[in-house]
Design a protein. Structure first.
Length: 82
């Protein structure tokens, strides 16, 4: 999530030029100043990584064991339920 850039933007604090952030401020979307999606691809990390590519649709889960000796990549194709 883009909490840090959004919080800085809401507080009207400039992001230092030497600080590299991979997120963007979501404030323009929250204020209805921008339309569409802020990101084409989404990645987030919990105890394992997730990745979603809107154009290619499959949802990827990357699982690494405790000592990063091996890695499992699982491809999940979303299904619609009615």
């Amino acid at each position: 999530m883009d909490f840090y850039p959004t919080a800085l933007d809401a507080a009207d604090i400039s992001i230092p030029k030497d600080l590299k952030l991979d997120g963007v401020s979501l404030l323009p979307w929250l204020q209805d100043k921008k339309q569409g999606e802020p990101h084409k691809n989404l990645t987030w990390i919990t105890s394992y990584s997730h990745w979603f590519d809107e154009e290619n649709i499959p949802f990827w889960i990357i699982t690494t064991n405790l000592f990063a000796i091996s890695q499992t990549i699982t491809r999940i194709t979303p299904t619609l339920r009615t």
